[in-house]
Ligand binder design. Structure first.
Ligand code: GDP
Ligand code: MG
Length: 620
């Protein structure tokens, strides 16, 4: 590739920042749409939904990070000792032949345009102060600085705070940990390229930045290292550095670059970035050991720029299918969530709102009716549950039988014992036996009431569930229907209780029309058998009678419960819900849950972002 070096003058730039940069028009056509896509996606906030390809710059403090970025951006960035980068800074470099130089800085709700390169420092510092407060703290909010010029390369990278080892005055003690966490948050994303900046004049493998990169990218597949300050290497140590650059020490798939930026002296002497780039080239051309790296395209900032631009675009291309798929998946999910909370709030126009209320209530009533008919299942099948409960009731009656038989036998025996030979034939004390029946049947009242209570609880729970489902956007309707349901269930179960009490009172009559039983007793009534025989028939008769009582109760109690607790209650609930339509405070009735409102707005915003992102990917 041929690099086009351009100069332009700018009046009052402190750095004499007529910058020389790396416009690469032949590449621009190919790379720009991809970088734009990701930048656009980030600006619509899609990075909240899915990770986006990015280049994140990490380095220990004073490793030369800012110097490298400055050379890439062609403008001075804030610099100094301590933590200068206190918020992540997304540096978007856009090559546009038609534009001399312009920049936009945005953070939070703020957006500023400017066209003076020397103002970059001021704007970035202002943004950092606005986000973190003046001082030394850090924050996670992203500042976006977009620089468009005819001379920059097409590239987007995120500058992160330098890794600090010790806190300085005014900094929280855990500043080191805070910075590390912030860096990790960015670099652990699997589609982030980690650009590690390491000075040549330190023990390279032990630098914190390289260690952090290794932690999240142990294979070294997405880490690219930039070695800085080659002019400060101890004479004799060049060979070690060459070994590293040649990927022989710590193997990184993306390899190593070596760049030389302005030293402190150059800066103090106001050397421009343009001059620095020229000097960098000269430095490598004249360097005994590093000269060869120029041919290998492993040295100089401009070579780095091309490499980064291509690497980023490759990464974007690679992740496009996955991105597109994730966006489609999320679209589906968000649409589903929206449909669940109903995608629209109630209409505003009063007549329409009224119609809407009628619809909401009718839907609820339909469901309650269906539930009472066993046509829909809410959570668990209500009819199954009730059947199980009635079977329990039947079992309880069956279990009572054996107890009944024992007691009857006992009473008959006692009676025989007492009255042997003292009675006239054919005469038995009927009352004694009637009393036994009454006493034992009365014992069944309590389990009957328990069955009623259990089923009432089940029905109430399922009605409540339906009400919560149907009125989940409308807390008022939910509250009202819940209260109504409780009152109605209370009334209905009182009715059933009364009926059960009545039933048991009637049972005290010891009465039946049953044919089989009557045959039994007629046989007993004939004088063919002896007195003792007659008496010995009593247990049989009493058992037969109990069978009849059991049959009556086994049916009667479930029928009362089913009718009053389920069918009737459902009808009354529906009719009372319809009464709401006679009220004129429709607005209050349909007052939405504010949480639902916010939730819907959040989902709607997500949906908008995803649709936009989907369109952008499809149109690429
Ligand atoms: P940062 O803290 O990582 O952003 O590091 P800076 O970019 O602020 O650089 C720290 C110091 O190293 C500054 O004084 C720079 O001028 C100096 N520096 C950066 N790169 C080079 C280089 O290649 N050679 C020399 N001699 N000094 C450099
Ligand atoms: Mg810095």
């Amino acid at each position: 590739y041929t690099f086009i070096f351009t100069r332009f003058s700018s009046s009052n730039s402190t750095l004499g920042s007529c910058s020389l940069m790396f416009g690469i028009p032949s590449l621009a056509e190919k790379v720009r749409p991809f970088i734009d896509l990701v930048d656009d996606m980030r600006s619509i906030g899609i990075d909240k939904e899915l990770p986006l390809p990015a280049i994140a710059v990490v380095g220990d403090q004073s490793s030369g990070k800012s110097s490298v970025l400055e050379t890439l951006a062609g403008v001075a960035l804030p610099r100094g000792t301590g933590i200068v980068t206190r918020c992540p800074l997304l540096l978007q470099l856009c090559n546009d032949k038609a534009v001399n130089w312009e920049a936009v800085i945005s953070y939070g709700e703020n957006v500023f345009d400017f066209d003076e390169p020397s103002e970059v420092v001021k704007h970035v510092e202002q943004a950092q102060n606005a986000l973190t407060g003046k001082g030394v703290g850090i924050c996670e909010d992203l500042i976006t600085l977009k620089i468009t010029s005819s001379t920059v390369c097409d590239l987007s990278l995120i500058d992160l705070p330098g890794i600090a080892r010790v806190a300085v005055k005014g900094q929280p003690d855990d500043i080191g940990a805070q910075i590390k966490n912030l860096i990790l948050k960015f670099i652990k994303n699997k589609i982030t390229i980690i650009l590690v900046v390491v000075p040549c004049n330190v023990d390279i493998p032990t630098t914190e930045a390289l260690k952090m990169a290794q932690e999240v990218d142990p294979e070294g597949t997405r880490t690219l290292a930039i070695l800085t300050k080659p002019d400060l290497i101890d004479p004799g140590a060049e060979k070690n550095v060459l070994e590293i650059v040649h990927n022989k020490v710590i193997i990184l798939n993306m390899g190593y670059f070596i760049v030389k930026c302005r030293g402190q002296k150059n800066i103090d002497e106001n050397m421009s970035i343009t001059d620095a780039i020229e000097e960098e080239l000269e430095f490598f051309q004249n360097h005994e050991h590093f000269r060869s790296l120029l041919r290998e395209e492993k040295a100089t900032t401009k070579c780095l720029a091309t490499k980064l631009s291509n690497t980023l675009v490759n990464e974007i291309k690679k992740s496009l299918p996955q991105m597109s798929e994730t966006i489609k998946e999320r679209l589906g999910e968000v649409k589903h969530l929206l449909s669940q909370i109903e995608d629209r709030p109630p209409p505003l126009e009063p007549a329409e709102k009224r119609k809407y209320l009628i619809q909401v209530i009718t839907d609820f009533n339909d469901q309650i009716t269906q539930l009472s008919n066993g046509d829909i299942i809410v959570e668990e099948n209500l009819f199954d549950l009730m059947r199980k409960e009635f079977t329990e009731w039947m079992k309880c009656l069956e279990n009572a039988k054996s107890h009944y038989h024992e007691v009857v036998q006992q009473v008959v025996d006692e009676y025989d014992q007492k009255h042997r030979g003292s009675e006239l034939p054919g005469f038995t004390n009927y009352r004694v036996f009637q009393h036994v029946v009454q006493k034992l049947v009365a014992e069944l009242k309590r389990p009957a009431m328990t069955t009623l209570q259990t089923i009432r609880d089940m029905v109430q729970k399922q009605f409540d569930h339906l009400s919560r489902e149907c009125f989940k956007n409308y807390p008022y309707l939910h509250r009202v229907s819940k209260r109504k349901n409780e009152t109605i269930q209370e009334q209905q179960s009182n009715i059933v209780k009364e009926r059960i009490v009545e039933q048991f009172e009637m049972e005290m009559q010891v009465y039946t029309q049953d044919e089989i039983f009557n045959k039994h007793s007629r046989m007993e009534g004939t004088a063919e058998s002896s007195v003792h025989d007659t008496r010995s028939k009593y247990p049989e008769l009493l058992k037969a009678y109990y069978e009849i009582v059991v049959q009556r109760l086994a049916d009667q109690v479930p029928m009362l419960i089913g009718y009053f607790i389920l069918k009737q209650s459902a009808k009354i609930v529906c009719s009372e819900m319809l009464d709401l339509l006679h009220r004129d405070d429709t607005d209050d009735i349909l007052q939405e849950d504010s949480e639902i409102e916010q939730y819907r707005a959040k989902l709607q915003a997500q949906l908008d972002r995803l649709i936009l992102a989907n369109d952008k990917i499809s149109s690429l």
